[in-house]
Design a protein around this ligand. Sequence first.
Ligand SMILES: [Zn+2]
Length: 418
Amino acid sequence: MCTTYLASELITEFAEYDVIGYPRLVRLNPNIPWKTRGNGAIAVRLGKGNGKRFLIGNIEEKDYFGYLRGRSVAIPNVKKRIERIMEEHAQFSDKNTNPAFVVMEKKPTPGLYWKAVREVVNLKDVKNILKMGNASYKGYKNQRGLIGATSAISWHPRDRTYEVIVYREKNRWGTKRRVDTHSVIEMDRKFPSTFNNYDMHNKVVAITPNSPCPVLFGIRGDKPRDLLKAKDSIKSEKKDRWILFETNQGTDEHLHKKTLGKISKYSSVVTSGMVGSKPRTIEGGHVIFKIKNRGTMDCAAYEPTKEFRTLIRSLEPGDLITVYGGVREYPLTINIEKIQIKKLIDVYEKVGNPVCKKCKKRMKSIGRGAGYRCIKCGAKVKEEDVKLEKVKRDMKKGFYEVPVCARRHLSKPLKRYS
Ligand SMILES: [Zn+2]
């Protein structure tokens, strides 16, 4: 159903233990074909906390805290208790949903996370890690959920952001969400440490999901304290409960620097080269061009990227660029999330027919590519001798990203670069 909602159910189920750190929401490789939409997994560390504590959620009118430090404690019947929650909530009928849970006393090495966010992980390798780590676990259906669950545990944050997720009352699930747009725009303006809230250009509220899940809205940002205030500033239907997650969203950790020719399917890459063909718009409004650098590869700005396509259409063969994006399989295409335009080539264009030197009259074209002739005196000018003028490029060097409404969970917004 909604993986993050399970976090709140787990926290209440195991309320006799402390949560160490923040609950974590970890996004994994967005190009894996056999995933649920957001390819997310959650991880919660339970034990006996000590040190500073901070608010991580409110469930059924009760505040929950996370502790800066803590030690692990054994939890009797942990598998049975999680099973009960999973089986009550998970939607086993959806063919792409393969729920799983994993309980480990020690985190696996972060190598697993890096592979799971950038590449494809073998279920067999994960089962080995679980065996070696003496884990309690259960994978439902095709068991691929074990990959996500184990990888989420293995995340050692380097870069991180936060998301406060607010949930709806149960009796409203599946009905139209009531979230006041104006309050979202205000919140976006008032809390600059938040991101991906509202798409000004396309007038789209981006904090509410489109699926019939229990989430009312989720606000992302760099400062947990701001997020708590930001959520309170949203005018909406009744907020039933909320959880503050630490996440790898907005970090670009899915991206891997690759040279063209070494790019494989299901990966996400950063690659540099020269624009190899004039961008063209194909059926459905998608804009496609080639990037060239030893090899060549198609790059695409798909229709949902809206006004970003206008920028892409202005590229000229010869421009130097770096593209950031996920790789689609058929045909191998980079789905652009961000682009850096590093060098714009000079473009020359014939501006009108040439003027006869003697008569000062505009000459007439003889035929395509054949040159021009003065109809008064008969003087001729060859096509290649026609003077060209430098065209003013209507774009500037720099970084550009797809609009808020088309952003991927893992994509680092340009706002976070500074
Ligand atoms: Zn003439």
